[in-house]
Design a protein around this ligand. Structure first.
Ligand SMILES: [Zn+2]
Length: 100
């Protein structure tokens, strides 16, 4: 799996940073900094990294929309992230809709 180097949304670009568990005493597998416009992804199993990327991307979308209460609902963020990842992983024709 090739992790993207950045994600763009609504005119903002967030850099993606890979990190190892040894680097920092952080318990989450990912985090997002809106100030620094970075998303940190723990280096682990590729499926987990993909899921973490989507999790942080859902946080990006909710923040961009100003839905800060929804953004605190980690269970909902996780469900949306799993759903998007599952759909994209299992439906190559959907991915094909974005090819030019
Ligand atoms: Zn979260």
């Amino acid at each position: 799996m090739k992790l993207p180097k950045k994600i763009r949304l609504g005119g903002k670009t967030f850099g993606i940073i890979l990190w190892n568990r040894d680097d920092e005493a952080e318990s989450n597998s990912g985090s997002i900094s809106h100030g620094n416009q970075t998303i940190k992804i723990l280096k682990t199993h590729p499926d987990q990294m993909r899921d973490t990327l989507w999790h942080e991307a859902v946080h990006m979308v909710l923040t961009a929309a100003g839905l800060m209460e929804a953004n605190k609902n980690e269970a909902m963020v996780a469900i949306l992230a799993h759903g998007i990842d599952d759909i994209l992983a299992n439906n190559p024709d959907i991915r094909g809709m974005y090819e030019k």
